[in-house]
Design a protein around this ligand. Structure first.
Ligand SMILES: [Zn+2]
Length: 414
């Protein structure tokens, strides 16, 4: 929980207190002072909101500037005046009307403007509510609390259940669907509710079963070490859906899951040098072989922990079998990188949750945030463990979540 608090406070810092520093970091004072004069201050419901002239003109909602059906700007940019100036501003309770210096008239509702406010608290609301829900990190000990359970039929039939499942999946990176009909095709109805699948060289779906002489270690019944799927894809599948058709009666077969965002924050605090190596050193992920007659030779280079310019994690790459032997790094970094990699693996193992799905469960998890693995098990003549897997990209999941938000709560999303 300490880490969770740290995580939250770090975000608070970035989103609220640190705004000035962020601004200074990206823009020189010259640029700032120049744009300062080009801002319209509006008093809306007792508070001051500032909007740059250029932004207001760019976002004019009239029929000549904005196509309502396409929800798109149709301004002819070759004629756009970056220095448009409001000659007249008329405001009432619900709208603002601006007459520009060239005579063009723009009208906005106050709700529309407030939703797009540059005030930091309003921006934070938009970030978490519309852009992407804030992630909550967890330790394996907390797994039973954070892994929410959802009913298959409810997701297929109601938007509320679909929303709850996707919201929890995006927040915690894992959620469980129960009571799935025992058919290899049951997952189709769930995926159809989101949009569509991500097809890979393993097909639309993949069957996880013990296959002798396999080309992929996932198809063996031995221990499957913690990993992400398909790190060798530049456009790596976002979420993993694993439908348990037949669970093993034998000892083993449990799933292991670890939240790398928790592990990464832990390492950043306790082992900053190792963390830095994992975020900066690019290694090569690879998968070479043939599947159903199709040859593939996939390579992707990237660090284990990918971060954006705010230092937030965007993607995790980790797979011992699918890390290539070619290392595109200076020789002196090799050993330190291996030590950091080893530390990351050990901490994820230590912080992981261990549980066994049952027939009818679909385990859904974030493939670019969590590591997953499986304990060794043994098939028998009467009991052959069988899972069906599919991938869905985060673009599709977030898109569905936003559509559902607008549909279920139009009052909050104007
Ligand atoms: Zn216009």
């Amino acid at each position: 929980m300490i880490l969770r608090r740290l995580y939250t406070s770090k975000h608070y810092f970035r989103n609220t207190v640190n705004v000035k520093n962020v601004t200074n970091k990206f823009y020189s004072n010259d640029v700032k002072s120049k744009t300062k004069r080009d801002i319209l201050d509006l008093n809306i419901r007792g508070e001051t909101y500032s909007f740059p002239h250029v932004w207001l003109r760019d976002n004019c909602q009239c029929d000549q500037c904005f196509h309502k059906f396409a929800q798109s700007r149709i301004i002819d940019w070759s004629k756009f005046n970056l220095n448009s100036f409001p000659k007249d501003v008329v405001k009432d309770e619900n709208s603002v009307r601006i007459t520009w210096d060239d005579g063009h008239i723009s009208q906005y509702t106050t709700n529309w403007l407030l939703f797009r406010s540059f005030n930091r608290d309003k921006q934070q609301y938009y970030d978490n509510y519309i852009y992407k829900p804030e992630k909550i990190v967890w330790h394996g000990k907390e797994f039973s609390k954070i892994c929410t359970k959802h009913d298959y039929k409810a997701i297929v039939e109601t938007d509320e259940a679909l929303y709850k499942w996707l919201y929890n999946l995006s927040t915690y990176g894992v959620a469980l669907i129960e009571n799935t009909p025992p058919s290899e095709h049951s997952m189709e109805s769930i995926v159809d509710r989101i949009g569509f699948k991500k097809r890979t060289h393993y097909g639309h779906n993949f069957i996880v079963q013990n296959v002798p002489n396999t080309n992929n270690v996932a198809y063996l019944s031995s221990t499957l070490q913690l990993h992400t799927d398909l790190p060798y894809y530049e456009y790596c599948p976002g979420a993993n859906l694993l439908h348990c058709l037949v669970q093993t009666n034998s000892k083993g077969g449990e799933n292991l899951l670890s939240d790398c965002h928790y592990t990464a924050r832990y390492m950043k605090q306790k082992h900053p040098d190792a963390y830095k190596l994992l975020t900066e050193v690019e290694v090569e992920w690879s998968d070479i072989g043939t599947e159903q007659g199709n040859e593939f030779y996939k390579l992707h280079r990237g660090p284990v922990i990918c971060t954006d310019k705010h230092g937030d994690i965007t993607r995790i790459n980790f797979s011992i079998p699918q890390r290539g032997s070619y290392l595109p790094i200076p020789i002196e970094l090799v050993k330190p990188w291996f030590e950091a990699h080893s530390m990351f693996f050990e901490f994820n193992t230590k912080f992981s949750a261990n549980f066994k799905t049952k027939s009818g469960d679909i385990l859904t998890f974030d493939n670019i945030r969590l590591l997953h693995g499986r304990n060794q098990y043994k098939d028998s003549a009467e009991n052959v463990r069988k899972l069906i897997g599919a991938y869905v990209d985060w673009d599709e999941i977030y898109s569905r979540l936003r559509c559902l938000k607008v549909k279920l709560h139009p009052e909050n999303t104007s």
